[in-house]
Write a protein that binds this ligand. Structure first.
Ligand code: PEP
Ligand code: MG
Length: 329
């Protein structure tokens, strides 16, 4: 059926305030080919490129040239002045464990050697990707982001490694861009709790609610038997999100939400009320989110968030939001 939000594509993503407050909308992609869909749907760039999908249908690790070709292609589709956030490999647990060098037989893979931990344990793998990222950065506004960071030490190790890779490229005379912005995902409760410390290390945060919800409530995001516990509206999750937003604002760094939560119209007023001014969602959700934003006033969003934070259960939060913002017919 025709897209009911088609007319919004070229309208700005701003609130219904005077003056209007911009809420930047970015797209999540898994494959390089999807980049142009972000712009087609009215997003301003790519807020999360899940690079582990370079492993889709593959039995071997991608080469540096394969990484580079994919990133260069995304930047060329998005253009030189719009942001493209490349997330480093988030392999293991639910994602491509069979080809990634993840240890098999871990009893708790979600608590094991996954994601940035796996990369820091396989420096060749990590450096191959970082070289390609820095080389592709010459094509535009590329930003690099590390997933699953749980301590400040880990983040510092990633930054050190990035600097080493810059030196290697410099020494070899290979063209690259050194001044890329660096961000960290906040998707582990320890990172949310330490957000004020992590904020001094990076240019931006991106809150990954899919993992943050699972780790906060100790409920596997893919296990139907605990699906009743897995809820982004849980007050414990809201408190962590608020904490992260406050730390980011205090240290004047950008904060984004890139989990499924920010693609859900019901949660948009709540997130904006908590201080969110930028989010990243699957491209097909962008027009509907923009519709919600264009009808929203900041004061109203803040009132809603403030009340939501006084509630005690996820169900109460959800029914409160539904009452405040009945779904469009
Ligand atoms: C998240 O955890 O919210 C996230 C965006 O990352 P992924 O879904 O790829 O784990
Ligand atoms: Mg995640």
């Amino acid at each position: 059926r025709p897209d009911r939000y088609e007319h919004l594509r070229d309208m700005p993503s701003v609130t219904d305030d005077d003056p209007p407050v911009p809420i930047r909308l970015l797209g999540n992609i898994e494959l390089a080919q999807e980049a142009s869909q972000c712009l087609d749907r009215g997003a301003e760039g790519v807020g999360l490129y899940r690079t582990e999908f370079l492993y889709l249908n593959k039995t071997a690790h991608p080469t540096e040239e394969e990484h580079y070709a994919a990133y260069a292609s995304v930047l060329q589709q998005i253009g030189p002045s719009r942001p493209v956030v490349i997330r480093t490999l988030d392999l293991g647990a639910d994602k491509f464990s069979s080809v990634s060098g993840a240890v098999s037989g871990e009893k708790n893979p979600f608590l094991g050697l996954r994601s940035v931990r796996l990369c820091l344990n396989n420096l060749d793998l990590f450096k191959t990707q970082l070289r390609a990222v820095l080389r592709a950065a010459v094509f535009g506004d590329l930003r690099v982001m590390f997933p699953m960071i749980s301590t400040v030490d880990e983040l510092r190790r990633c930054k050190t490694l990035l600097n080493e890779v810059k030196e290697d490229l410099e020494y070899a005379g290979i063209p690259f861009k050194g001044g890329v912005r660096i961000g960290t995902m906040i998707e582990v409760p320890s990172a949310a709790l330490m957000a004020d410390v992590l904020a001094r290390e990076v240019d931006f945060f991106s809150i990954g609610t899919n993992d943050l919800v699972q780790y906060t409530l100790a409920a596997d995001r893919n296990n139907e038997h605990v699906a009743n516990l897995y809820n982004p509206a849980d007050p414990a999750v809201l408190r962590l999100i608020r904490m992260v937003m406050q730390a980011a604002h205090k240290h004047k760094i950008d904060v984004n939400v890139c989990g499924e939560m920010s693609g859900e119209p019901l949660y948009i007023p709540l997130l904006v009320g908590l201080g969110l001014r930028q989010l990243s969602a699957t491209p097909r959700k962008i027009p509907e989110i923009k519709r919600v934003i264009r009808d929203l006033k900041i004061a109203e969003a803040e009132r809603v968030a403030e009340h939501a934070l006084t509630l005690e259960t996820a169900r109460q939060v959800e029914s409160y939001l539904r009452k405040q913002f009945p779904p469009e017919g």
